[in-house]
Design a protein around this ligand. Structure first.
Ligand code: PMP
Length: 422
């Protein structure tokens, strides 16, 4: 049986607080999820029992830290369906660094004039800006798969763009604004038919649905710990072993070397070749605990819960004339987020009004400025859900949205608004 959010919520004491006079409703999970007891308790355990640097010392504490840190890599590899264990799982700071690792390790060294990078209009800046820079520095060209009016990728256009000149397809699995779940397995086939690589941005998919890199046949997958009930400062990059073996290191220094002379150096084995310097040790161990936590609930149950809350919210927002929603319409599977605007109310004012009622959402362009340009809006309000959110919390959001127009004049004149905005 699937655990109900009510029992899950016991694991997240942070949710049991009031903001102003209202109980907190945390709907900013697309930015960062909350961390359960089972994960943050790892910090106390680590720092009271075996805090030490990894790989370097022969002493007991270093040995315990090293074993736990190395095993964490195996656990995350397993979590995303990689059979190669730690040899296919590099720990990074976050999705952004994972994407940059591929951009530097493969893009900068292998691409040149005549090569094409196929990405999409719905990418987060982490993908968008990184591949722009690779193109500028190497002479390669970036092409963008169009987004349809209903917020899906135009797959016919993808098939037109992905061709023999394509070197890499860089695509998000789930849009952090539209909630769309992209068919990355199909895109991987298109890429491989033309001997291109595929890098998938899993920042929004790995936390919210089962992801199996081998079933999807993706070459690289980037994700962030802080969006999947883990701590900040840790993320992962899955890469097919033979590709990681061939790639150049991204950062240089201690830990990533095997042998150093005054003039040259050789590289450590995978994945340490990509983890220069002292890594985020406790964060990595805690991320493995987050994977255990999510697997105990069940990634399929999480996917269903996300979709149910999204449908519940979306149907009700769509029914309101003053509200415009973005992304595929209700009825179609999506991840647990809805982005919207309300006539006459700027997104920042809306999020500030919601905050008056204890509701945390995010407003702005969500690091997808080109997508917002395409939608012809400066920004949007995004409510994003996770395992602990409930329909009752969505009802609180809807009530607050309905009350917003009436409350706006008083709110704009309030000290609270001025303290925040000015
Ligand atoms: N890609 C997507 C789709 C995201 O939603 C985010 C986070 N908003 C990122 C990449 C970047 O994640 P991070 O800031 O953890 O590197």
């Amino acid at each position: 049986m699937e655990p109900a959010p009510s029992t899950i919520r016991d694991d997240f004491p942070i949710l049991e607080q009031t903001v102003g006079d209202a109980p907190l409703v945390y709907l900013d999970n697309g930015a960062t999820t909350q961390t359960p007891r089972q994960v943050y308790e790892i910090f106390e355990e680590f720092y009271t029992e075996y805090n030490a640097n990894v790989h370097r010392g022969m002493h007991e504490l270093s040995h315990r830290a090293s074993v736990a840190y190395e095993q964490a890599h195996d656990r995350l590899a397993e979590f995303v369906g990689a059979s190669g264990g730690r040899k296919e799982m590099v720990f990074t700071k976050n999705s952004t660094e994972s994407i940059n690792l591929v951009a530097y390790g493969l893009g900068m060294s292998e691409l040149g004039p005549g090569d094409e990078i196929v990405t999409t209009e719905m990418e987060h800046h982490a993908m968008m800006v990184t591949w722009q820079q690779v193109a500028k520095r190497t002479g390669a060209e970036v092409k963008h798969v169009r987004v349809t009016d209903e917020g899906r990728l135009d797959l016919d256009h993808a098939a037109e763009l992905i061709g023999d000149d394509t070197a890499i397809v860089a695509v998000t699995h789930v849009s952090n604004v539209l909630g769309t779940v992209n068919p990355v397995g199909e895109l991987a086939d298109m890429a491989h038919d033309h001997d291109a690589y595929i890098l998938v941005d899993g920042a929004q998919s790995v936390p919210t649905r089962p992801v199996d890199v081998e079933a999807l046949d993706v070459d690289f997958l980037a994700f962030s710990g802080h969006k999947m009930a883990g701590p900040t400062g840790i993320g992962g990059l899955y890469g097919k072993r033979h590709l990681l073996e061939e790639m150049d290191p991204f950062l240089f220094g201690g830990e990533m070397i095997q042998h150093v002379t005054l003039t040259d150096a050789s590289w450590n084995e995978l994945p340490w070749k990509f983890e220069a310097g002292t890594p985020p040790i406790c964060e990595g161990i805690a991320l493995a605990a987050a994977a255990d936590y999510l697997d105990d609930i069940g990634m399929d149950a999480i996917r269903r819960h996300e979709n149910e809350l999204a449908q519940y919210a979306l149907e009700r927002l769509e029914a309101r004339e003053s509200v415009e929603t973005y992304g595929p319409p209700s009825g179609e599977e999506r991840t647990g987020l809805v982005s919207f605007n309300v006539d006459g109310i700027h997104g920042h004012d809306m999020s500030s009004l919601l905050d008056d009622r204890g509701i945390a959402v995010r407003a702005g362009n969500h690091c997808t400025q080109p997508l917002h340009d395409w939608l012809r809006i400066p920004g949007s309000v995004r409510a994003s859900f996770y395992v602990y959110n409930t329909e009752a919390e969505v009802d609180r959001l809807l009530e607050a949205v309905d009350a917003a127009a009436d409350e706006l004049p008083r709110h704009l004149a309030s000290d609270r608004y001025h303290d925040r905005i000015l």
